[in-house]
Design a protein around this ligand. Structure first.
Ligand code: MLT
Length: 234
């Protein structure tokens, strides 16, 4: 079965022990992580708080911190995929905290596997899951407990790719899938006026939006191993 959890605040309703969780924060945490691995980052430690991120920084890690879509002062990196398209981060071990994305990943501990999904690696995630036997839960990072449209659309896209192998478990999976089918021919206009797009536009972060909506750019599947995300190539 494939199910969709529309916000981490509803995660307690799901049993994740026998499930593969795919965390999605399309704008921009998981798109950023996928890009970072595609450009050669070695590992990413996702942490929930700025304080934890600072502790990793003090231990010598490159550190990325974002709150409310802005870089937190005193950290080397932010949350834009474009920041990671740089030779200097090749081979780096990064610690990262973001408003919603890294929090959703840390809440998923206890699942059989925790994967990081975005439109950029949608096909790689789908191919990986084709050969798995566990149930799948797409966890949408949302925004501070609220549902958002872009992560729901990603969930629907993954349901769409897997629907021949996995039954849709609940209405949230059916809803996400129907929304994706409705919007897929022009996700940019379908998402016009959505909350985080307006937030990013207000901050002048426009170019990340079309970038994060591209499908199937990278073959990487980030997976949580202990504390760290590492990349599997499929
Ligand atoms: C998050 O984790 O909440 C997002 O990545 C926010 C952002 O776009 O910077």
């Amino acid at each position: 079965q494939i199910d969709v959890c529309l916000t981490p605040d509803l995660l307690q309703l799901h049993k994740i022990e026998n499930t593969i969780v795919v965390v999605a924060d399309v704008f921009r945490a998981t798109s950023c992580m996928v890009t970072a691995f595609a450009y050669g980052v070695n590992s990413i430690i996702p942490v929930a708080t700025v304080e934890e991120c600072r502790q990793w920084q003090e231990r010598g890690y490159l550190a990325a911190a974002e709150r409310n879509a802005r870089k937190v002062e005193g950290f080397e990196l932010d949350n834009s995929p474009f920041t990671y398209m740089d030779e200097q981060i090749r081979g780096a071990d990064v610690a990262m905290t973001t408003t919603n994305g890294t929090l959703a990943i840390t809440k998923s501990r206890g699942a059989v596997k925790v994967l990081v999904g975005s439109f950029l690696n949608l096909d790689a995630i789908a191919r990986f899951l084709h050969s798995e036997r566990y149930d799948v839960l797409v966890l949408c990072a949302g925004w501070k407990g609220r549902v958002n449209l872009e992560d729901t659309l990603f969930a629907g896209a993954l349901v769409d790719r897997l629907k021949d192998n996995y039954a849709m478990a609940e209405d949230s999976a059916i809803m996400a899938w129907r929304l994706y089918v409705q919007g897929k021919d022009n996700l940019t206009s379908y998402l016009a006026n959505s909350s985080h797009i307006r937030r990013l536009q207000r901050l002048g972060i426009q170019k990340d939006i079309p970038y994060c909506l591209q499908h199937d750019l990278y073959d990487v599947v980030p997976v949580l191993r202990g504390n760290s995300l590492v990349s599997m190539t499929v």
